[in-house]
Ligand binder design. Structure first.
Ligand SMILES: *[C@@H]1O[C@H](CO)[C@@H](O)[C@H](O)[C@H]1NC(C)=O
Ligand SMILES: *[C@@H]1O[C@H](CO)[C@@H](O)[C@H](O)[C@H]1NC(C)=O
Length: 207
């Protein structure tokens, strides 16, 4: 336990050091998040932390087991008098090689005051990574947008007990529909099948 605490502190120190000096868009281009999801990258790294330990950072591989619970997401430019939208999406559905359901979106929260995600309007509840067996690594992209004002989202409200309505999401169209512009912060990780995925599918089938 002590080791984990030391390790996670070290990770925090390391990732803070890197994010100050490097370019999130470069990492996104390297793994083709740009242009597969967005055209213009954010200038800031989003800090995404699962269970206080696992950081979803710069395309690192995490397992479906590690990302099963909603992460804590933080961004620097968080003005409490402004509203923000948070999105997590997988362009590699059902696989990066043949993404015919691109994108399967995992999380969508609008009207977040400052960076208090718990105060936002949950449009699509958080669902962890569930890449099908044999489909290789999927990219999971988290983006934060600053809204120009409080918005009236006419999206369907999706729970975490059904997979319906998640596929064929289009980040570009969503950005355009709500006039969100380029994301202000973002990050991403990759994941492939592990033995938590059947549990997730069971959850999504409402059982
Ligand atoms: C977010 O809002 C909740 C509910 O009002 C509050 O309890 C919590 O302290 C806030 N968190 C932060 C980080 O401001
Ligand atoms: C699903 O959402 C409910 C709240 O709507 C929450 O209590 C539960 O922990 C979530 N389940 C998972 C696996 O995230």
């Amino acid at each position: 336990m002590k080791l984990l605490v030391v390790l996670s502190c070290l990770l925090v120190v390391l990732s803070n050091g890197v994010s100050a000096s490097s370019d999130v868009a470069a990492f996104m281009k390297h793994l083709e998040v740009i242009p597969d999801v967005i055209d213009e990258g954010p200038k800031d790294f989003l800090t995404v932390t699962y269970d206080k330990i696992f950081k979803a950072d710069k395309g690192v591989e995490l397992s479906p087991t590690q990302v099963k619970n909603q992460p804590v997401v933080e961004w620097e430019e968080a003005d409490p008098s402004e509203y923000y939208t948070l999105l997590m999406t997988d362009p590699d559905a059902p696989s990066r090689a043949e993404p015919k359901f691109r994108e399967w979106h995992h999380w969508l929260v609008g009207n977040i005051p400052g960076n208090n995600v718990s105060k936002g309007d949950v449009l699509s509840a958080y669902v962890g990574a569930g890449p099908p067996k044999g489909t290789g690594l999927h990219r999971y992209v988290l983006l934060v947008f600053r809204q120009s004002k409080k918005l009236d989202f006419d999206e369907p409200r999706l729970t975490n007990t059904s997979g319906e309505g998640r596929e064929k999401f289009n980040t570009r169209k969503f950005i355009e529909k709500y006039g969100l512009g380029a994301p202000i912060a973002g990050n991403f990780f990759q994941a492939q099948y592990d033995d938590y995925v059947p549990t997730l599918y069971k959850q999504l089938s409402g059982k």
